[in-house]
Design a protein. Sequence first.
Lengths: 371, 402
Amino acid sequence: MNFEFSDEQNLLREQALGFLQEACPTSTVRAILDDDDRPYDDELWRKIAELGWTASVIPEAYGGLGLSYLELSVIAEELGRAIAPVPFSSSVYLATEALLMAGSEAQKEKWLPRLATGDVIGTFALGEGPGQPRADKLATAASGALTGVKIPVADGDVADFAVVVARSDAGDGASLHLAELDGVDSQSVGTLDPTRSHAKITFADDAAEPLGTHGEGWTTTQRLLDRAAVLFAWEQVGGANAALEMAKEYALERYAFGRPIASYQAIKHKLAHAYVKNTLARANCYYGAWALDTDADELPVAAATARVSATQAYYYASKENIQTHGGMGFTWEFDCQFHYRRAKLLSVNIGSEATWQDKLIGAMERDRPAA
Amino acid sequence: MDFNDNAEEAAFRAEARAWLEANVPAREELEGLDEVEAAKLWQKRKYDAGWACIRWPEEYGGRGASAIEQVIWNQEEGRFPTPGSVFGIGQGMAAPTLMAWASEEHKREHLPPLASGEHIWCQLFSEPAGGSDLAALRTRAEKDGDEWIINGQKIWTSGAHYSDYGIIVLRTDPTVPKHKGLSYFFLDMKSPGIEIRPIKQISGGANFNEVFFNDVRVPDDQRLGAVGQGWQVALTTLMNERMAIGGGGGGVGFSQVFDLARKVEIDGEPAIRDRNVRAKLATWYAQETGLKYTGYRALSALSRGDTPGPENSIGKLVAASKAQDMASFAMDLLELSGAISDPAHAEARGMYQATFMGAPGGRIAGGSDEIMLNILSERVLGLPQDVRVDKGIPFNEVPTGR
């Protein structure tokens, strides 16, 4: 039994943690929050790319490092802990992954080396407004060129290209398209977490090329989301632990009725519950990372399980962190808001808790024939 | 990451499995035996072949196995329908305490019969006035020559009625602060003056007892640790209790409720189609696997020869509440029939109802939810202890309720 990261992976974690403490303290997050003109921290993005994190799982033949998804999991957790204001999830977990899964040789050769160096940013455009996306409700259409409105698209205002899910009259009802965004109408939209920019993209007969097989877009999308869910979950676990740590530090310093509030059971039990949720979520993420890395048949169940427990853990830790801080936690000046914002953003970014609960049970129904 | 044994582990597993396949008692062999007799038969067979208490040193009846070998053995034994154990407290809690604190002579005398199942031990810690606040216990021991005379009452003593020996914490000095006035002994449960009365539980069973002591004599020679050091010795036992109780869920699990939700209907559709049902099931599944994979992480640490981290102590806390909630939910799915507990008529022979009635005990035994949360917050998160108004005050001056 070896259900742990290797020594090398743990060393990478230490390096990542050290780097982000230096390069991405919460003042960095705050600087993006307070400045409407900066959608992300481009200097941090540059440094992250120099460390090769954007190249992690890209094969060496395309200029990547050819590392495993376990290394990428380690990086995801640390980026989540740091609440990093960069388009990493869009570009790495979604756009890069979509190209690796469905890209033609020419598409891979064109985009992967530049995704690896961080010189281009990619994103994934699925949503078209309120409610759960469904293949049969997609309005965005492609007939040589793309037409339709995608909202919200994470990092859509800074990305160089988007992988777009569009309607198809063949197969599973959808096809993927790769659209370069230069010249496309893309407007920033304010979101709950301004440290992660989002956009409304309006395609009006804009050029796009098919990505993957026509009429297999919805199946590929689900598979892509399963893979990304594990990495999103690692970010959530990292954030949840940071939020718990923040609450703990404050509770130890803050006195009420002559003693630290951390000595009251009302606070202690709250934080212990957060610890329990975080521990369960982390264990599920381990399994998710294993399933992702080995492309196991268990991936849909493993990904949804990690996603559900990580979403619950981060939501709980982020709201109870504010509660532990009392009124100060509700002020703009305090950092508690970062986790509260990021937790909810991450939880809806690739589908809500309820959606992943539904997927989890759906995958179990497929795996276990009814009696 | 991989889930496989290394070569040594695989060899050990194969050896264990082969022995189990050849030696687990057949149903006919156990016919007519009660719970204790069946447990003793199986334990003796393991002992004679060197498969009892395998982590213990050989001179005390074990086989000197490693922690990971113990886990592998437990997994393999768990695959077989073996008789239930009545030795958990003796082997899991009394024995480690004896190993840490008893004289060599006592260890050689008492550990082998514990391993062989000849002797069953119980734990006499909790009292009517000392549960979560165990150190507030009041049962007195007064020195009389080479002996101590015990008077008072213990409670929640599992298996006292069939035990040969007991480990016990007693107040030997009420004039000093509570933790300092305790001493730890082991005693013969057949000693004159011990009276055992079963306690009927809300689940209908009676696994627990009240144990009354009227001028019971115990030799000073059976004291573990110094006079006044009883709390420290008790901590050895309690640490092992939490390991022994661990993640044990039992009763209703995800699979049963998942299958039930496919079978019963809501609004003419299988209940599993209902979003609320799916959400709850998914949450419980994630808790169940979270515990399972947390266990895998502990195994990995053992496999490397490391000590597992504190994350393992969440097991009982999560599992007990989850079992309670799942049982309650399953009964809701059964609608009117949820009320039936009669095995002849109830779904799953009344398992949901039995779990529902047993679960409150699970949330209290071996450290209540609240105590487990205190332990997590103090020992794992490093938060300060609550203010204790009895701190530093002689025990006989501490305010008490009824």
